[in-house]
Design a protein around this ligand. Structure first.
Ligand code: BGP
Length: 459
């Protein structure tokens, strides 16, 4: 029997822009996603945009009832900045009413809300001023964070500032999957710096807030980096990938500083971000209480084709490696490697003073999931049950070895809208049927997980 610690948090994760819908009502202003869909709807899978996500704005009571019925004791979602402060300054009373009712509904039903502030949804008004490239964004974010703590800090005791900050940096400034889809490593580095500064300023606001009796975190995608071989060049490549994708965020959040090697290579390459002298203290004094870790698959790397200097892209430092022996989720093309969870836990233990943490996302995306639907309309997602069980076993081993992991959150509770992929890849314990008024139907994994929760473990 794999038994988990007492009071272990069993739950799921989602975000405001991916579930709420109601994207242009009750005072909410547009985010980059709302505007981008208006401009280029063809880019979004099946032309489903952010206006029509899972209708949670209207159906949250049903969702919370389903969480309770399943035995879940926690749920992570986010606040939409554009709903709470539509112009960045003025509090939207309708947003306060909605979020308080939603959070209170969870609490009344034994589901602890864990609330994140930014899940890729940059307000359009701020994007027009340069988004995270503009230093003023850090103060706007701090003000938004303070407002959220003032409004909900009496009932929310676990907060996160950002979800996977690497993603909006990489996909928006070194790729095309997020707005403003520019490809410029120098701008990406400035965006990364301001994002982390905004994070630290939000933590500072939390420490100064009257409701600072809870805890604050950041949610990071900590995909462990594995080199192709033990050759010097591959090991060096892995070190760079790890420094850029993991340590730049984790060191900053937990230790309050950036890796020195990273600072010096950026300097040599004339890629250092613009900073101010006092920033160092803001980082140093505002570290997190716990970490949320999203884990889907590892990052396998090998030496770059040529050692180009100065670097102009991460590809000059490392490139991906396709491990021929990998186990794969054929429905999403991602590697399945449960041991990654154990390796993350051991790393936090050895190098980050064994900081408390939880799995804030883990899950299996499956396209065309209707293929697995039985005649009763239940998706028989045995592949997902196997996926979760394997990851929980790896997590259990880590906990036995002293890792203070306090929860496991599945991505996600009901299928949800996923950016340009919209509803292509399904991840939920519940299926959402967009053609039937967002009807929620449990999948087989929902029943399996309800049993796990009941027993606080599994055979
Ligand atoms: C994570 C994000 C989520 C969600 C998930 C699934 O990185 O935090 O917001 O989108 O990935 O991604 P996809 O739907 O692209 O498979």
């Amino acid at each position: 029997m794999y038994t988990f610690p007492k009071n272990f948090l069993w739950g799921a994760a989602a975000s405001a822009p991916q579930t709420e819908g109601a994207a242009s009502v009750d005072g909410k202003s547009p985010s980059t996603w709302d505007k981008w869909f208006e401009m280029e709807p063809d880019l979004f899978f099946d032309h489903v945009g952010p206006e029509h996500t899972s209708n949670t704005y209207y159906q949250y009571k049903e969702d919370v009832a389903n969480m309770k019925a399943m035995g879940m004791n926690s749920f992570r979602t986010s606040i939409a900045w554009t709903r709470l402060l539509p112009d960045g300054k003025t509090l939207n009373a309708q947003a306060v009413t909605f979020y308080r009712a939603y959070f209170q509904e969870m609490i009344d039903n034994g589901v602890e809300p864990i609330i994140n502030l930014f899940h890729f949804d940059m307000p359009w008004w701020l994007m027009e001023k340069g988004g995270w490239e503009a230093r003023e964004s850090t103060d706007h974010f701090a003000f938004y964070a303070k407002t959220a703590f003032d409004c909900f800090g009496d009932i929310i005791k676990k907060w996160a500032t950002f979800n996977e900050p690497l993603v909006h940096i990489e996909c928006g400034y070194m790729g095309d999957a997020h707005w403003p889809k520019v490809h410029d490593v120098k701008r990406a580095i400035q965006v990364a710096y301001h994002t982390l500064l905004a994070h630290a300023k939000a933590v500072k606001e939390y420490r100064n807030n009257q409701y600072n009796d809870g805890q604050i975190s950041i949610i990071l995608n900590l995909s462990p980096v594995y080199p192709k071989s033990q050759e010097k060049e591959d090991l060096e490549a892995a070190n760079w990938a790890d420094m850029l994708y993991i340590r730049s965020f984790l060191d900053c959040a937990v230790k309050g500083e950036f890796p020195h090697e990273l600072v010096s290579i950026l300097k040599d390459a004339q890629l250092s971000p613009t900073t101010e002298a006092n920033d160092k203290h803001i980082f140093k004094e505002n570290t997190v209480d716990f970490i949320g870790c999203n884990y889907y698959q590892p990052l396998r790397v090998q030496a770059p084709q040529s050692k180009k200097r100065p670097i102009t892209s991460p590809r000059d430092l490392f490139r991906g490696y396709d491990w021929p022996e990998k186990r794969i989720n054929p429905h999403r093309g991602w590697e399945i490697y449960p041991q990654g969870i154990y390796d993350i836990a051991m790393r936090l233990k050895e190098s980050y003073h064994n900081i408390p943490w939880f799995i804030s996302e883990n899950g299996m995306g499956v396209s065309e999931e209707t293929h697995y639907m039985d005649p009763q309309g239940i998706v028989q997602d045995t592949y997902r049950i196997e996926f979760v069980a394997d990851h929980l076993k790896a997590l259990h081993l880590a906990i036995e070895e002293g890792s203070p992991c306090f929860g496991y959150h599945m991505w996600t509770f009901t299928d949800c809208w996923s950016w340009l992929n919209a509803y292509k890849n399904r991840y939920g314990y519940y299926r959402i049927d967009l053609d039937k008024d967002y009807a929620r139907t449990p999948k087989a994994s929902r029943f399996w997980m309800a049993d796990v929760i009941k027993q606080n473990g599994f055979e």
